[in-house]
Write a new protein. Structure first.
Length: 373
């Protein structure tokens, strides 16, 4: 029951979420509920939920109060500085962005690995429609998360044998959407200050609003809050270089998404055409080849685009496109709703809550209409 920060800019994958849902604070009854639910679903599900429970418990067991770490002489100065910075971001999110921070991010956990989870994405060989997985309480999502890279790879191989295109993305953070007191993680420390702000604001935004079975709505909403939060944080701190760094990455991201979007439309046209499956496969390979060529040409014009090299090198297929759509397709619609609210975040959140209560088809149409303005 979580949502993850997924960034195609990094190895990680950059802005995107899984479903870890356990914390010591939840109590034995809920742990038992999930275990029984998994057991009733079969051995494979039981194994999946067991690793999720264990992974979450290990994180919660590693927590230490941030204030204690800042005072500890053994804590490296650079770590102290980033922890203090993240506490300041947390308070800004609470006071100025009106985010329901609760007790989140008051503790720190050193998980001793580069990513907290690895998300598996899948799509049919000749379709852009993502495979979804459904979970107790939180509904369905277009990813399945694992606390171990090995477990993620094993499951990905199973999906490949079933004929799916598969992609794996490492994730720096996830949100338990307010159910538990999420700690700051050691994975956060690899980010510079602009990306730290983006991460904190994005993850806390999930505590405002979460719609079961609608990954695109949830992630694009958090992306819009993240972007607005960065603008306000930079202005409040009078540090234009933070906003400038964030905006540079946004421009690179927008260029990247534009390259992908054009080729994604071509793929959709191929997959929905009357071509034979064999011909569709040939055309698919040609489109992905053209996308790689587009990237190489763009990288020649702008060497900073090299931050996306690993994404392209990890394997181009339908599944690799899934998280890009989830995190960004609806963001323009949310930005328009915020503009329409005259920047009043309370009004913006309320309008988004109202949209979240609509039937899925109507909500999708309203978001489409907002996005084309």
């Amino acid at each position: 029951m979580g949502v993850h920060f997924f960034q195609p800019i990094q190895t990680q994958a950059n802005h995107v979420g899984m479903e870890p849902f356990m914390s010591r604070s939840i109590g034995c009854r809920v742990i038992l509920f999930f275990i029984l639910t998994a057991a009733l679903s079969g051995c494979q599900s039981a194994s999946y939920y067991a690793q999720a429970i264990l992974g979450q418990v290990q994180i919660m067991s590693a927590k230490r109060p941030v204030a204690e770490l800042i005072e500890d002489p053994a804590t490296p100065p650079a770590v102290k500085e980033k922890l203090a910075y993240m506490l300041a971001l947390r308070e800004f999110a609470r006071e100025e962005l009106l985010l329901p921070v609760g007790r989140a991010y008051q503790d720190y956990a050193d998980i001793q690995r580069p990513f907290v989870v690895w998300n598996v994405f899948a799509a049919p060989e000749l379709s852009l429609e993502p495979k979804t997985w459904c979970y107790p309480v939180v509904g369905c999502a277009s990813y399945r998360g694992y606390f171990s890279r090995g477990n993620a790879e094993d499951y990905a191989n199973t999906l490949r044998q079933e004929g799916y295109d598969v992609s794996i993305a490492g994730v720096l953070a996830y949100s338990t959407i307010g159910w538990f007191d999420d700690p700051l993680l050691s994975t956060f420390l690899q980010l510079d200050t602009p990306r730290l702000g983006a991460l904190i604001f994005h993850e806390l935004a999930h505590r405002v609003l979460y719609v079961a079975d609608d990954t695109d709505f949830n992630e694009s909403f958090a992306t819009a809050v993240e972007e607005e939060g960065m603008r306000r944080w930079a202005a409040a701190c009078q540090t234009p270089e933070i906003l400038a760094g964030h905006e540079r990455r946004q421009k690179l991201r927008d260029t990247f998404l534009s390259l992908v979007s054009r080729r994604r439309h071509e793929l959709h046209a191929i997959y929905t055409s009357d071509l034979s499956p064999e011909r569709k496969k040939v055309e698919k390979a040609a489109v992905f080849g053209a996308l790689l060529s587009d990237f190489e040409s763009e990288k020649q014009r702008n060497p900073a685009m090299a931050i996306y090299t690993e994404w392209f090198a990890s394997g181009l297929n339908n599944a690799a496109l899934v998280p890009l759509a989830a995190y960004h397709d609806l963001a323009p619609a949310f930005r328009h709703i915020l503009d329409r609210s005259d920047g009043d975040l309370a009004a913006f959140y309320e309008e988004c809550r109202r949209l979240s209560r609509l039937p899925p088809a109507e909500r999708k149409e309203r978001m489409h209409q907002a996005g084309i303005h």
